[in-house]
Design a protein around this ligand. Structure first.
Ligand code: TP9
Ligand code: MG
Length: 573
């Protein structure tokens, strides 16, 4: 609905209307870097929506992604035209592959001067972003901005949730032509939860799932993040506890059951058998005869090949999105509906069912405990599992039950985080499962700390990923966010070295090795207090200091990986 005024152009500008409408949809932050469009938009024009200046647009995109993920509301990021927009594009890629309702905004050349690839800094932004967005449009007339924001929010909040993009020619942004200041905006109608597909007759499919459960001996719930977005976590927990069904999650759905819950069989990664030197996937999935994949999303990197072990299983796919990947996953029963609606239906349909007897994973738990108890002091640097175990210790001392966030950048250490990091709430462990751009850590930690201001945020990052985006340490310092960062430093893109060794049985230093960076000095240069720790004792002391500080803190930890010959020969990825 557009409200067109024919009067003179003196009212609020499209920029003002844009911020107003974003705020009406619940957006309270715009992360970004402003360019020459600063002449046409002032971000303090509208109360309740703040601009957060970042050093890089990728940081802006990921911070918005994580803030949106945790708050369940859309959040926004901003870039200038041309290179600003291309820098932002990896943030947009993160939100499409990681499923987050981000409204990405970029300035564009004046409307009469849009000649992509010819005009200074002018690229065809909509064409570039469209393949990785739920919606992408360019503002044509200033008074239509409210409608464009509404379309962007609706698309972003539809499962699979993801980013929407609006390109804003700078002259239109600063214009009030056609905007009727006296007319009130229509209600924003932001959905409280994402909207998804509901197949007619899904209840019959849910009844078929209940029937499979009835005859199952060792059923398992495999839970993905769409379950969290649908508000189904308490219902899933109640169902699992009533029927004694174990819960296994994707990387990013860790925390669906609180840490230490007896039915929490953990999150899985294709690297786990290699890391643990133990048949973990076989132990977890071998005995399972019915697998309910609840809120299943292939982009979360939990692949059907991981559960296809031992006993031949029947599968149920529950998702608010019709199956996009039948070639790799064609379930026995497919239920396309809201996850919460399904779990409630299943709960009623199985009301008379006796509890199952969950299969035993004691050997796997014993292996993990043995691994983490490793007391050794290694001369060539700590091991990553020791680092994560220390972070868990201090997080447990610091966070109230059901609180706290451990954020992981991308690297080999991330897969140790998937296995070992404490997550005591949904999205209590944050990583980018879908896009996995390194450099994710700092912006994700910023988003998490802003979303959960009273709770501790710990970040683990590798030297490679961290230093690809470390300029935004200054953003952490400027905002005074009490994030405790641990940089595990092996002067190497370690995960890539692992692949080189797999492919060629030897490493090739120039492709993966760096010369040393002094991360303590780097942190201090950016206004962040820092320390170096080379043993568990030193690390625990540093983490405790950081957690108590109330300001940003960084710990550099020299690490080394043990690449056992053949240990990763059978990566399940
Ligand atoms: N470029 C981008 C933007 N993202 C990714 N994921 C790559 C390249 C490929 N991955 S995971 C990784 C790379 C280069 C290296 C990570 O090295 P690290 O020092 O951060 O971690 P670690 O522990 O594996 O050495
Ligand atoms: Mg490294």
């Amino acid at each position: 609905m557009s409200r067109v005024s024919t009067g003179p152009s003196t009212g609020p500008t499209a920029a003002h209307a844009l911020l107003t409408r974003l705020h009406e949809h619940g957006v309270d932050k715009v992360f970004g870097v402003v360019g020459r469009e600063a002449a046409s938009i002032l971000f303090d024009e509208v109360e309740g929506i703040d601009f957060v200046l970042t050093r890089h647009e990728f940081t802006a995109g990921v911070a918005a992604d994580v803030l949106a993920r945790i708050t369940g509301r859309p959040q926004a990021c901003w870039a200038t035209l041309g290179p600003g927009m291309t820098n932002l594009s990896t943030g947009v890629a993160t939100s499409i592959l990681d499923r987050s309702p981000v409204i990405a905004l970029a300035a564009q050349s004046e409307s009469h001067d849009i000649f992509p690839n010819d005009t200074h800094q002018c690229l065809d932004s909509v064409a570039i972003i469209k393949p990785m967005a739920k919606y992408a449009a360019e503002l044509q007339r200033p008074h239509e901005i409210t409608d464009l924001v509404d379309s962007a929010v609706t698309a972003a909040m539809t499962e699979p949730v993801g980013p929407s993009f609006i390109s804003l020619p700078v002259d239109l942004l600063g214009s009030s032509e056609g905007i009727d200041a006296s007319a009130a905006n229509p209600p924003a109608l932001t959905p409280a939860r994402p909207t998804g597909a509901v197949a007619p007759g899904w209840q019959a499919a849910a009844d078929a799932a209940a029937e499979l459960l009835r005859s199952a001996e060792h059923p398992v719930l495999v839970v993905g993040a769409a379950s969290i977005r649908s508000g189904a976590v308490p219902a899933i927990r109640a169902l699992a506890e009533r029927l004694d069904i174990p819960v296994i999650t994707t990387y990013i759905a860790k925390g669906v059951l609180p840490a230490g819950h007896e039915l929490d069989y953990g999150a899985v990664t294709g690297y786990m058998d290699g890391i643990l030197d133990f048949p973990a996937l076989e132990t977890l999935f071998g005995p399972a005869d019915v697998i309910l994949t609840v809120g299943y999303d292939y982009a979360e990197d939990l692949r059907p090949s991981m559960w296809q072990r031992g006993t031949e299983e029947k599968t149920v796919r529950i998702s608010p999105t019709p199956n996009p990947i039948p070639r790799v996953y064609r379930p026995t029963v497919d239920v396309v509906t809201d996850v919460l609606a399904f779990v409630e239906h299943l709960d009623t349909a199985t009301a008379s069912l006796a509890a199952k007897k969950r299969h035993d994973i004691t050997p796997l738990r014993a292996r993990i405990a043995e691994f983490l108890a490793d007391p050794e002091n290694y001369a060539d640097g700590m091991r990553v599992h020791q680092v994560i175990d220390s972070m868990n210790t201090v997080m447990t001392e610091t966070a109230r039950p059901g609180e706290g966030t451990i954020v992981s950048d991308i690297g080999f250490f991330r897969h140790y985080g998937v296995l070992f990091a404490r997550a005591d709430q949904p999205f209590g462990f944050l990583t980018s499962a879908g896009c996995s751009s390194f450099g994710y850590g700092i912006p994700a930690a910023i988003g998490a700390q802003l979303a959960r201001p009273g709770q501790p945020t710990f970040l683990i990052a590798g030297d490679g990923g961290f230093h690809s985006n470390s300029a935004d340490l200054e953003t952490i310092a400027r905002l005074g966010l009490p994030i405790v960062t641990v940089v595990v430093n092996n002067d190497t893109n370690g995960l890539i070295e692992l692949y080189q060794n797999l492919g060629h049985h030897r490493s090739h230093d120039p492709a993966v090795k760096f010369t040393g960076v002094d991360f303590v000095a780097l942190a201090e240069a950016n206004g962040v207090e820092a320390a170096r720790a080379t043993s568990r004792e030193e690390l625990l002391a540093a983490l405790r200091k950081g957690a108590e500080l109330g300001r940003p803190f960084l710990v550099e930890v020299p690490v080394s990986y043990d690449f056992r010959p053949g240990g990763f020969g059978a990566l399940s990825i």
